[in-house]
Design a protein around this ligand. Structure first.
Ligand SMILES: O=C(O)CCC(=O)C(=O)O
Ligand SMILES: [Fe+2]
Length: 492
């Protein structure tokens, strides 16, 4: 009885005074480990409650945070609907949601071949030519007949000189700005080392006048003008002061600039590809959409097809089809939708698809001087002995050359991805040019796909175009892309 009582009465720690005595064994244990102490009980209870409170708090957190997410999602959806509604009134103020990623074809590795389905019942083979830039070739992209039709249509339309010799208003500008020889010298001295290297003069004349001077012609000019007194190949400020500001231009004009001395020596024209144009042109466009996997609207809103003819001796020195993009750079195609005017403008050609319309008897390859180079170094492109940009002299030193074969298409990305599914930085490795045609004529066509690296500007531009189409009376008959939705942006 005592024992039972003692065990039942083992309500250790209750504050009552009439606690039953513990049996000696239990008492020894309690004393030893303090398990039966009151403070131990309190600590355990506190931990237990804290644990329960934590669990409850966690449950509340999970419940409410998912609720908020749902709310914000539906709010975003409402906002985006709202912005689309508002965008009809004030497109420039709308923030478009970035809910679209540009597809980009994977190259895998150089030489990798993938099958592509571009026309019903036919399979094309697409081979990766380089990874930098991402460049592919597709033999027989166009049939012989299609090549013929495109060349004939271009001839019918008429081709114009690709580069005109512009008479510079250089002297007038110098007078208007009241520039001193020192100021002009500083403008040309790109590396600011106090002397003008040949490459500084060459780059200047190529960029400003479109005249392709070589180190040899420059040496001739220096000799003719007695410009380089000490014969070190450099122009010092003292030597420069003795020349008039347009001395070089005048010298060249007196000598007569030949077509072979221009950046580009070809003729070209533009062919539209919308509804109502020749079926072949529309078919080519559809095939380009399939090839690039881009939304049709992006291809529809791009430049028309450019058809180019090089005569024997024709060339196009190495260049980029599209320029680098800085925050203040505008794209030509979205200029209408830009909020600000800017002094920098480029064509924002995300992709180039180049078609060879004939097989060339001699020369005329498309050269990619730095394709798949480990590094890109702009300065080392133009060395005194080898100018890699010169497609009349140095195509054989290019890393990659594509032979012009009738019907073949090559295509490459002029911009990298921004890593978020849109257009990123310019791909410098996309530098390319047309090698001199040594025998026969060369016909090519360019399909450029213009995309603004600024997503908002591209979306605004598409919105504006679709509004204009909505407003025009005969929209359904003249529009070649889907305008069921009044918002071209949604097609992205
Ligand atoms: O003719 C070629 O091979 C290249 C043409 C080209 O680069 C261009 O037209 O932009
Ligand atoms: Fe080009």
């Amino acid at each position: 009885m005592t024992g039972t009582q003692s065990s039942q009465g083992g309500e250790v720690g209750t504050s009552g005074s009439a606690t039953l005595p513990l049996n000696p064994q239990t008492e020894r244990l309690c004393n030893k480990t303090s398990i039966c102490s009151r403070s131990y009980f309190v600590v355990v209870m506190v931990f237990f409650h804290v644990y329960i409170i934590n669990v409850i708090a966690l449950l509340f957190y999970v419940h409410y945070s998912s609720g908020q997410e749902d709310d914000s999602r539906s709010r975003d959806a409402q906002n985006s609907d709202h912005s689309r509604v508002n965008s009809r009134d004030a497109p420039s103020k709308v923030e478009y949601q970035r809910d679209f990623s540009l597809p980009r074809i994977e190259g895998i590795r150089v030489g990798h071949v993938q099958k592509v389905s571009l026309t019903p019942g036919k399979e094309h083979l697409m081979r990766t030519l380089s990874m930098k830039p991402l460049l592919f070739e597709i033999p027989n992209f166009l049939s012989e007949d299609e090549c013929q039709v495109v060349m004939q249509l271009a001839q019918l339309k008429g081709l114009m000189e690709s580069q005109l010799m512009v008479q510079g208003d250089h002297e007038e500008l110098v007078k208007e700005l009241n520039l001193s020889p020192e100021e002009i010298f500083n403008l040309l001295d790109i590396n600011q080392d106090g002397q003008l290297q040949q490459t500084e003069i060459l780059t200047h004349s190529r960029v400003r006048d479109g005249i392709w001077l070589t180190p040899d012609t420059l040496t001739e000019i220096y000799a003719g003008l007695k410009a380089d007194k000490n014969g070190d190949g450099l122009l010092s400020i003292e030597e420069f002061r003795l020349l008039s500001s347009d001395a070089f231009q005048r010298f060249l004009q007196q000598q007569g600039v030949k077509k072979s001395q221009l950046v580009r020596n070809s003729r070209h024209t533009w062919l539209y590809q919308g509804e109502g144009t020749h079926k072949v042109l529309q078919d080519i466009k559809k095939r380009v959409i399939k090839l690039t996997r881009l939304p049709p609207v992006l291809v529809d809103l791009s430049e028309p097809l450019q058809v180019v003819r090089y005569e024997e001796g024709g060339h196009y020195h190495a260049h980029h089809d599209s320029g680098p993009v800085y925050p203040e750079t505008a794209c030509t195609h979205t200029r209408l939708a830009a909020n600000t005017s800017t002094p920098f403008e480029t064509s924002c050609r995300y992709i180039t698809v180049l078609f060879y319309l004939n097989s060339v008897e001699g020369g005329g390859e498309t050269a990619f001087p730095v394709a798949d180079n480990r590094t890109y170094d702009e300065v080392s492109l133009i060395q005194n002995d080898v100018d890699l940009l010169d497609t009349r002299r140095n195509c054989d030193k290019s890393n990659l050359r594509v032979k012009p074969t009738k019907g073949k298409a090559v295509f490459w990305y002029n911009y990298l991805s921004d890593g978020k599914g849109w257009v990123g930085e310019q791909d410098e490795y996309a530098l390319h040019g047309g090698c001199v045609v040594t025998h026969g004529t060369k016909w090519v066509a360019n399909k450029w796909i213009n995309i603004d690296p600024d997503y908002q500007r591209q979306a605004r531009y598409q919105q504006l175009v679709s509004q204009q189409l909505d407003n025009s009376d005969d929209d359904s008959s003249t529009v070649s892309y889907d305008t069921h939705s009044s918002n071209a942006h949604q097609d992205l």
